[in-house]
Design a protein around this ligand. Structure first.
Ligand SMILES: [Zn+2]
Length: 980
């Protein structure tokens, strides 16, 4: 039984990849990809099973997904339900996750690299001897139901399911994949079916080694990994399953030529064209999709989007193949409409088809293919390491799709230009082979719209209007539409060994003047030809008042809008660009291949200083921004809970939206300023200084750049300190009345973010986060979203527990407080060994290497932007954690977390849903009886001492009375960083 029948090592790998790869086929038919990375500090494994919700029995929609949840909860060898997650978290400092798609279920985990064997052994048991424990089954159904309830008000889920619902009658694509209590329990039970038994049957039928793909990444040798794979995974039974093929497309004559009008939850205005499309998996080397999407989705002069924007009809367009299942795909063109575009949506459709008509009348162009192919090849050649769990999870899935040699590069291949194939696929984009979906709050015209079964989405279906049919039947090319120009940002120079002899470990200051401080770090670790440049342009004007805040946002949005055609070309050449607003100013970031980065930077800064406000674009950008503000109202309650905790704690944060006029504002935003910049990558000192000089020249072109007062250079935004013994609850009603969920975030403040407090907050989290999930989510089933974590804001640290639940928020808060009360016991009962293990596990987590250049850039940028310049923070945190004792942690708990402590400060935000409260009122009493044993307290008892706040005005007033924590300050004399 044991052993390997086939070994394959001829795998194409990126130039800069120093890992070793080997592929095996075990005797039971299981394909395994082994990745040996001697340097890694994190290990991972992933299993992708070629079965998903499209295989659900009609009697139990959601069964494959439910099985995915259950598999984690106990096996014959490791029967305890939280054994796996506890091992990963406590011993391995890691985590696991899984997802269920139409034809795949993907399981993966990540741990510290010295714990792979133990984790792998626990993981392998899921596929040989899961218990499907009866008591877990019932409870976990609630988690799945809560997951569905969480999705109920999310447009992505609603629209995706509606598209599936409106497939051909009887088509498998119509299935509902998530499941809820009705589909998985109530309805099956009424037919005499048992969920657990159906689950076991599903598992026994489909979980077969021949349709599974396993990927293991560890620091061990390939031979060692192979031995583990053989000994742990050979026991999976081979049932010789033949995966299904779905040759019948879900869009047939009855579905095509139809317009679906949909009412979204959010204020979104979107038009989507869907075409039936062949499954292109087996022609991945030719990649015709990339060519076609590149042209239709282009945003430069002559493109569909460029013309639609010019006409004031649209803000954004994307074009992509959307995978259906083995045998069928969709081709989609999606446009975000302006108000005018919504009114004239037929014109938008017409422009899209005019462009397609032009493509039909032109030969496929090899230089366009070539540009895409260059970028694809580079992306693979210089592919950096990424998070190991997403890497393994992705590879396990890729193993189903690509030849063995191409398992790493399959998604990047583009080396076979087939003009005939491309043309034949473009010919499939026909008006009579298209379905249109129009999503907007006002889209529905009917008095009695239909209501979709699973999500309650309101919609209406009608044939294409005759006016549209007529104009589409007499298509001619539009002279405003053309093939894009040659992209000037495609890089041609690549990696060269840096010439500078002195290489620093951390960033150094290479220029420091009253207007500019430039940090520089020449990369020698990652060896990729990339650089990232971040400029923090601090301006006292940015958030001087709510009005100025809105002006600053509008300015950045207008610049981004004006740059769209250039930034799109840059993006095609893997140069990214971002302009973000903060309370202190704006942050401009540009990064990507170093070769053309300077050229692009010059383009951007030029646009920033010469913005011309075109009235139509202004109207449009304002429309978008105000939509952004109103759309927050429709977010799930957990987002609201987090937001309002931040709002209570952070100074100067303002939520009001005031319409304004932008004329003459931005020159004051850009001068006087203080620029704090960071250049990281292959740019050497001289190149970095040149770049900054160019920025300063451009920004200060009319009058030279002037410095802001010193206080405005260093003043990072501060955090409110809750008074000692404060026990506050802030209640808000969720604006979206349809949402069934409530949310609670409980925040405990520890005070100043000094080394000691930070280390203790991190260790507290390490010790209680797994129990938090186990108790609040798995055992008490409060809701799908349940987590805790440390909270660090400028100068101040704390801890929070966050739950989104259909249960009453007062009850939920009671359960959170009860969990926190019991947390003392969790700390107190740890053995010496367990406590030490938590410390070492946490240290290995803190000291995790940065896998790629950008992760390292982000780490340093955080320290630069918050003004601490504390580049060895990780090392210090790890060092402090190792000095902590159990007694220290208990004392810390007693001072800050214990409910009767005189130095405890607690703030909670409860988001009440009006719908949710009605249904929750009924269950609260029985829930209390069920869950709270006699020694535990209900929510009402626990919150006796609380001050309950409900009025925004008085909350804001109270908040403004609180002291502010320390602002960011350098950890060392600034001159010690000088290198010039
Ligand atoms: Zn799930």
């Amino acid at each position: 039984m044991l052993g390997t029948t086939k070994v394959f090592e001829d795998i194409r790998v990126p130039d800069i990849d120093d890992r070793k790869y080997r592929m095996l086929t075990l005797a039971n038919g299981l394909d395994v990809l082994l990745v040996s990375d001697a340097e890694t500090d994190r290990s991972s494994a992933a299993m992708d099973v070629n079965v998903g919700y499209l295989y659900d029995p009609d009697d139990a929609p959601g069964l494959a997904h439910f099985l995915e949840h259950l598999l984690f909860l106990g096996t014959e060898k490791y029967p305890r339900e939280n054994e796996y997650s506890q091992f990963l978290s406590d011993v391995g400092g890691g985590y696991s996750n899984a997802f269920t798609a139409g034809e795949n279920t993907n399981y993966y985990f990540e741990v510290s690299s010295n714990c792979l064997e133990g984790a792998l052994d626990r993981f392998s048991q899921f596929f040989t001897c899961p218990l499907f424990d009866e008591s877990c089954t019932d409870r976990e159904l609630n988690a799945v139901h809560s997951e569905h309830t969480k999705n109920l008000q999310e447009d992505d889920w609603r629209i995706q399911q509606l598209e599936q619902d409106l497939s051909k009658e009887g088509h498998v694509y119509r299935k509902f994949g998530t499941g809820n209590l009705d589909t998985l329990k109530n309805i099956p039970e009424s037919k005499g079916l048992k969920t657990r038994e159906m689950c076991i049957e599903f598992y026994q039928t489909y979980y077969s080694s021949n349709i599974m793909k396993l990927c293991i990444l560890g620091k061990e040798s390939l031979d060692q990994l192979q031995m583990w794979a053989e000994s742990m995974f050979s026991g999976i039974v081979n049932k010789n399953i033949i995966p299904r093929k779905f040759h019948d497309h879900p869009l047939g004559a009855n579905e095509l030529g139809k317009l679906i009008r949909v009412k979204p939850v959010k204020d979104t205005q979107m038009l989507t064209l869907s075409f039936p499309w062949p499954d292109t998996t087996n022609i991945y080397k030719k990649s015709p999709n990339k060519y076609i999407c590149h042209l239709i989705g282009h945003e430069s002069e002559g493109s569909i989007l460029s013309l639609l924007k010019h006409q004031g009809l649209a803000s954004d367009l994307s074009c992509f193949p959307s995978h259906g299942a083995s045998g069928f795909d969709f081709f989609k063109v999606q446009v975000f409409l302006s108000d005018k575009g919504l009114e004239q949506w037929e014109s938008v459709v017409l422009v899209i088809f005019q462009y397609i008509q032009m493509l039909k009348e032109t030969d496929a162009l090899d230089w366009v293919y070539e540009e895409n192919s260059i970028m694809s090849t580079l992306a693979f050649k210089y592919q950096e390491k990424s998070d190991v769990s997403s890497y393994c999870s992705g590879l396990a899935a890729s193993m189903h799709d690509y030849d063995k040699a191409d398992v790493l590069c399959g998604a990047y291949l583009m080396d076979d230009f087939d003009a005939t194939l491309i043309k034949s696929m473009i010919d499939l984009l026909r008006a009579d082979s298209c379905r249109i979906m129009l999503v907007a709050p006002s889209a529905i015209k009917s008095e009695e719209p239909k209501v979709a079964l699973w999500y309650g989405t309101e919609y209406q279906v009608e044939p294409f209007p005759t006016s549209l049919v007529d104009s589409l039947s007499t298509l001619v090319c539009n002279a405003d539409l053309t093939i894009p120009q040659v992209n000037p940002f495609i890089p041609h120079k690549f990696y060269i060994e840096p010439s500078e002899s002195i290489v620093h470990e951390h960033p150094r200051i290479i220029k420091d003047t009253p207007t500019t401080r430039l940090w520089h770090l020449l990369d020698t670790k990652y060896k990729v030809p990339r650089t990232s440049v971040t400029l923090f342009i601090k301006s006292p004007v940015a958030y001087a008042s709510p009005r100025f805040a809105v002006l600053t946002h509008l300015y950045c949005d207008l610049v981004t809008d004006a740059l769209n055609q250039q930034s799109y070309l840059a993006e095609m050449a893997d140069l990214y660009f971002g302009l973000d607003v903060t309370v202190e100013g704006i942050i401009l970031s540009i990064g990507g291949y170093s070769d053309k980065l300077g050229v692009f930077m010059a383009t951007v800064v030029q646009a920033m200083t010469s913005l011309v406000v075109i009235p139509e674009r202004f109207k449009f950008v304002k429309e978008e921004l105000s939509r952004h503000y109103t759309n927050f109202e429709s977010e799930n309650p957990d987002q609201h809970a987090s937001y309002f905790v931040t709002w209570m704690l952070q100074e100067k944060l303002n939520r009001s939206y005031i319409p304004v006029d932008i004329v003459n504002f931005y020159p004051t935003l850009l001068n006087p300023v203080h620029i704090e910049a960071f250049v990281h990558g292959t740019f050497d000192k001289a190149a970095s200084l040149d770049l900054l000089a160019m920025v300063e020249d451009t920004l200060g072109k009319s009058s030279s750049l002037r410095p802001v007062p010193v206080y405005a250079r260093y003043n990072t935004v501060r955090t409110h300190m809750l008074p000692f013994q404060s026990s506050l609850t802030y209640r808000r009603l969720l604006p979206n009345a349809e949402n069934l969920n409530n949310a609670v975030e409980v925040y405990i403040q520890f005070g100043e973010s000094n080394r000691d407090n930070v280390a203790k907050a991190l260790l507290l989290n390490q010790i209680i986060s797994e129990p938090c999930f186990d108790i609040l989510r798995t055992k008490e089933q409060l809701g799908y979203v349940a987590w805790c974590g440390p909270r660090f804001a400028t100068g101040v640290c704390g801890f929070l527990v966050h739950v989104q639940s259909e249960k009453h928020p007062v009850f939920v808060e009671g359960r959170i407080l009860s969990f926190l009360e019991n947390a003392r016991g969790i700390i107190a009962t740890l053995s010496d060994d367990e406590f030490q293990r938590h410390c070492t596990t946490l240290c290995s987590k803190i000291m995790q290497k940065h896998k790629y250049l950008m992760a390292s850039t982000e780490y340093y940028w955080e320290k630069i932007s918050n003004g601490s310049y504390d580049f060895t923070r990780r090392e210090q945190n790890a060092e402090t954690v190792m000095t902590l004792t159990q007694a220290d942690m208990l004392q810390f708990y007693d001072s800050f977390v214990a409910i009767n402590s005189s130095s405890r400060s607690k703030l909670s935000v409860q988001i009440w849903s009006s719908q949710g409260i009605k249904s929750a009122e009924n269950v609260i009493t029985s829930d209390l009886k069920n869950i709270c044993s006699s020694d535990e307290k209900s929510g009402e008892d626990m919150m006796d001492v609380d001050t309950v706040l409900t009025d925004d005005g008085s909350v804001a007033e109270m908040r403004n009375q609180w002291l502010l924590g320390r602002s960011g300050y350098p950890m060392a004399d600034i001159r010690t960083f000088y290198s010039f």
